[in-house]
Design a protein around this ligand. Structure first.
Ligand code: FAD
Ligand code: DLZ
Ligand code: SF4
Length: 513
């Protein structure tokens, strides 16, 4: 029987490590062959952080072992296998030739690049929708259809109703949908910070570390120490650790930044969610249960659940709705090259230095660091969004295009023309000063608005508004800023713009700014 029925190949990508993912769900253990492949094309299309490559390869190897244990046949290609063709389509063709299979069952990849490559294969392809998300593409499109503006808040309310999370008799728990207002406390050094859970490299992780050290040592980022979770049980332990030690404070300090404390009360689970080691809905149910049990306040549970069923689902909807040209958009015509300081060149701006140094060490920065420090600086300085997009995709361990691109190009850079943000996320140094302790040990003065020692964010903020008057002066949410600029003494305005020009010239000349 099995002989006469041709085998299908079931593709499982490095960010599809979920036991019930669509292609495995629809597959047949008795006759299908699971194909998993470490390939140079995926490892090199951007220069990923070495910790990210290690995480993915180690988690892939462990997942392949698990699939074999539960009865699947798995053809696994290691990066150094001499026959490895170096790409996902190449490996599928090689396995097809080896087995005579003519059909591939795949779960839709999280990047248009790979979707297009699979569709071009000379094999029968059945591409199934990724079933690890709460909102299907159809559901998102139904919600978005006909709306003039796509606002996460309204989508989020629909997700709350759909999942029943934090709902009581059809109403939001506590009477409000959103408790963000309570979530803006700056952190203090004397707070007790939970320490992240770490895992010593085991017999699977060790050889991957050696491989990554040999092949990717020149990529930006520290490989050691490596303590990330690389399987489902470890990822679950990270979630448990977060719920026990950090969730109760998550809401209060969600936007805070503190020198030497990269993680604060964040969950550190994005990479595990994105590669399939954790299930988003199950995570949210655990957090809801912690609130119901009185372990965490509502502002923490709501704030956390909103990030997952709100923002995470929403940005995915945008990415697939907007189509493959999304990553090429540059609505504000920004064209400055990404400065070397993003790759670790010394800078006197302490906020940038802190965010980038921790990115190099941990392949992690939290949301406000990405949005209001590195993203804000790039937007104010007019950096080419495509180069910035590549940077974010490379340096963060949780970065896959479906989630990274809308956050970077849409939310952070306004490069998509404001599909889901009603105004650009820009701020002068005062926001960073309010939410962090960075300014105290900076070469620049956050209080100084002009002159050589003035905080560059202060200079660039006004320079941005002045440069983009045509795009934003009529925006009601930015009217106050424009009125303040116009009321400013002309000599002071001139000094600000000249200061910004001098700063940008030094940046372009490659000076340490
Ligand atoms: P927590 O702060 O503990 O939040 C809990 C979870 O909510 C996260 O694990 C994540 O799954 C989800 N979440 C929170 N905010 C967002 C958001 N805006 N979009 C999607 N999910 C969200 N997130 C990624 O997963 N991958 C990326 O490549 C990525 N790139 C980003 C680029 C920029 C410019 C910005 C501003 C944000 C980006 N984010 C990205 C969103 C966010 O910064 C990270 O999800 C978060 O910092 C991960 O850390 P955490 O797990 O400790 O999150
Ligand atoms: C990110 C990544 C890396 C570094 N390596 C691999 C790999 O060798 N094999 C693989 O199947 N997937 C890898 N990935 C994840 C893919 O790049 C990811 O599936 C696509 O970008 C779509 O999200
Ligand atoms: Fe950043 Fe300006 Fe504060 Fe320095 S003074 S840390 S550059 S915001």
């Amino acid at each position: 029987m099995a002989q006469s029925t041709p085998k299908r190949l079931i593709l499982v990508l490095g960010d599809q490590l979920s036991p019930n993912i669509a292609a495995l769900d629809q597959g047949d253990k008795t006759r299908d062959l699971v194909v998993m492949a470490e390939v140079s094309a995926e490892a090199e299309y951007v220069r990923h952080h070495p910790k990210k490559i290690t995480l993915i390869f180690a988690a892939m190897r462990k997942f392949a072992a698990h699939l074999r244990q539960i009865g699947w046949q798995v053809a696994y290609s290691q990066l150094e296998d001499p026959e490895n063709t170096g790409s996902i389509p190449g490996e599928l063709l090689r396995r097809a030739a080896q087995t005579g299979a003519a059909t591939v069952l795949a779960t839709r990849p999280g990047e248009w690049r790979l979707i297009t490559a699979l569709e071009a294969l000379p094999l029968r392809l059945s591409m199934l929708e990724d079933n690890r998300f709460i909102a299907s593409h159809a559901m998102f499109d139904r919600w978005a259809e006909g709306r003039k503006e796509l606002r996460m808040e309204y989508f989020y309310r629909q997700m709350r109703r759909h999942t029943g999370l934090l709902m009581e008799a059809g109403k939001p728990a506590g009477g409000k949908w959103n408790y963000d207002h309570d979530n803006r406390k700056p952190a203090r050094q004397d707070l007790f910070m939970p320490r992240p859970l770490r895992f010593a490299p085991d017999e699977i992780v060790g050889p991957v570390l050696d491989l990554v050290e040999a092949r990717f040592a020149d990529n930006f980022g520290a490989l050691h120490p490596f303590g990330l979770a690389t399987d489902h049980a470890q990822a679950q332990a990270v979630l448990d650790h977060f719920i026990t030690h950090a969730l109760p404070q998550f809401g209060d300090y969600q936007d805070a930044m503190l020198s030497g404390h990269p993680f604060l009360y964040h969950s550190l689970i994005s990479a595990y969610l994105n590669i399939g080691l954790l299930d988003p809905l199950a995570v949210c149910r655990r957090v809801e249960a912690a609130w119901q049990a009185g372990h965490a306040p509502l502002n923490a549970a709501e704030g956390f659940i909103r990030q997952i069923i709100g923002w995470r689902e929403f940005v995915r909807g945008i990415y697939f709705r907007e189509g493959p040209d999304y990553t090429g958009r540059n609505g504000l015509g920004a064209n400055r090259d990404l400065p070397a300081l993003y790759w670790g060149k010394e800078t006197g701006m302490n906020c940038m230095s802190q965010a980038i140094a921790q990115t190099r060490e941990q392949a992690y920065a939290h949301h406000i660091q990405r949005l209001m420090v590195t993203g804000n600086f790039a937007l104010l300085a007019g950096i080419d969004p495509a180069q910035l997009h590549e940077w974010y995709l490379a340096v963060y361990m949780d970065a896959f295009e479906w989630v990274e691109a809308p956050n970077t190009l849409g939310m952070s850079q306004f490069a998509d023309g404001g599909i889901f943000a009603s105004k650009p996320y820009i701020s002068s140094g005062s926001y960073i000063h309010k939410m962090s302790d960075y300014c105290g040990s900076c070469r620049y003065s956050v209080k100084a608005k002009t002159g050589e020692g003035a905080c560059p964010f202060n200079l660039l903020y006004w320079d941005f508004l002045n440069r983009h008057r045509a795009e934003f002066a009529a925006n009601p949410r930015m009217g106050m800023a424009y009125r303040t600029w116009e009321r400013m003494d002309p000599a002071r305005r001139k000094a600000v713009l000249e200061g910004a020009d001098r700063f940008l010239a030094r940046l372009d000349a490659g000076e340490a700014v």
